[in-house]
Design a protein around this ligand. Sequence first.
Ligand code: ADP
Ligand code: MG
Length: 236
Amino acid sequence: MTAAAPVVQLRGVVKDYRGQRDVVHALRSVDLEVAPGQLLAIHGRSGSGKTTLLNVVGGLDRADSGSIEVCGVDVQAASDEQLAELRRSRVSFVFQAFGLLPVLSAAENVEIPLRLQGLDRTSRASRVAELLGLVGLSARATHRPSELSGGEQQRVAIARSLAASPSLLIADEPTGQLDTRTGAEIMELIRRVVVEREIAAIIATHDVSIMDMADAHVELSDGAVISTQRPDVAWR
Ligand code: ADP
Ligand code: MG
């Protein structure tokens, strides 16, 4: 069996934060890969480097050294403009705090990336309807975020993240503000879209219960990968 080319490949990625007096070694030579249709969980305690890792993969921040390839793009060598284009067309983010615009309805929030892509009005409307259906929120299209539960808001955020048909979904503690059961439902939803749409996903979490839904785990401690588990060697 030939494995599909990885969507994400990191080799020896290093990132320091330099303060006035001290240096934080946020990432210490991190290696990892994620294939299409694969969900990788990054776990580790608060401060272990999870958010830093997601940010350098998604081109929101720059690593100091090492190589990062995302969807065939050399992220380290890419210009800011190329990184912006990567985020517009190939990579999307889901955050712990949902990140929806409060004055817009669920449908309008999902529509934002489609507007950025310049899609016409009719195509946008049908795509928004499809995406809200996918996350089970067709009946809440006109609701504003304040009129939705936390789990529903995260569903809208997931629908929005899928609008531009990304190859990579990056989620930073997406269940962190949800109760256990709702968090598990959100993970189920992410798991389903990863498989159905053959998206690669990287999810940071310190919630042990949702890690079981991932295909592989990377554990970070103090910026270093201290364990890696893959389905062929571990728990499946
Ligand atoms: P996690 O997401 O696992 O909680 P982070 O990636 O946010 O961890 O942080 C990793 C380390 O880097 C922590 O020690 C944190 O204090 C430090 N750090 C994060 N962002 C900055 C920053 N902008 N400036 C300085 N230090 C930072
Ligand atoms: Mg974090």
